[in-house]
Unconditional design. Structure first.
Lengths: 135, 130
């Protein structure tokens, strides 16, 4: 049997400086699970892109928060949710990114779901297969 | 010549070295994402305005996100437009996270990479298309 699942939940101001904190928490969680450094780096990249979407796109010039929940599940999977309460996934012509965030997440995650629950903000749900050790 | 300027965020640094004539070497160490991309953009802008060739050293970079990648691609494009030599050193010691992003976005060729810092400096000082 796998050990008990465990994880973390963070609620942070939607500011760029908080994104490295999410990676730090994620690495702490994955370190104990014995997966490769390469796979950890992949997952850190995908989760960073999801957080960047919340920080850069959700609130435009307003302040707000975003939440990250990660759970290491029995069976070698990691569930991660990144949630904001901003303006949703509206197109933005002055986007500071390359527009590659979601394709990068899709390439690394086993499953990617984007939702706007109750029409408020964006919820990105990602599932990573830790056993695959590749994507 | 000033020896360079350093922005410290733990072990994650952006240092501009001006130790070799005719080239500004922007050394990016550790992890960089949207939190440090604006600083990298400022340093690259300064380097591109210096009149020297520009080398971005990613040999000790462990992680970048697409915000940083956008800054690097934009710097390369500006260098080309102005006829400034530009290279990115990307080698064996560069972190997996950096290579992975370039691979997934198919953007390595847009950065004008060289496998060592020496090769990147030589390529950059050889001219924009050298």
């Amino acid at each position: 049997m796998a050990p008990n699942s465990h994880g973390f939940e963070l609620e942070l101001a939607a500011e760029a400086d908080n994104v490295p904190l999410v990676r730090h928490a994620l690495r702490g969680l994955l370190e104990a699970s014995g997966i490769s450094d390469e796979r950890t780096a992949d997952i850190a990249l995908a989760v960073t892109e999801a957080c960047a979407n919340a920080v850069l796109h959700a609130y435009h010039d307003d302040t707000g928060t975003f939440e990250v929940a990660a759970e290491l599940a029995p069976g070698g999977r990691l569930f991660v949710i990144v949630r904001d309460y901003g303006s949703g996934m509206a197109p933005r012509v002055d986007s500071p990114g390359l527009g590659v965030g979601l394709p990068v997440i899709a390439a690394i995650a086993e499953a990617l779901e984007i939702d706007s629950p109750d029409g408020s903000g964006t919820l990105v749900r990602m599932i990573f297969d830790l056993r695959a050790d590749a994507s | 010549m000033t020896p360079g300027s350093t922005i410290l965020t733990g072990v994650n640094t952006i240092v501009v070295e001006r130790t070799e004539p005719g080239v500004e070497v922007v050394v990016v160490t550790g992890e960089h994402d949207l939190s440090t991309a604006p600083e990298l953009e400022r340093q690259l802008k300064g380097a591109l305005e210096s009149g020297a060739a520009v080398c971005v050293d990613l040999m000790e970079t462990t992680f970048i996100d697409s915000s940083v990648l956008r800054v690097l691609i934009s710097a390369r494009e500006q260098a080309d437009e102005r006829g400034i030599g530009f290279r990115v050193a990307l080698g064996d010691t560069t972190g997996h996270g950096v290579r992975r992003l370039l691979e997934l976005t198919d953007t390595e060729r847009r950065l004008a990479t060289a496998p060592t810092r020496a090769a990147a400096i030589a390529g950059a000082t050889n001219g924009p298309r050298g």
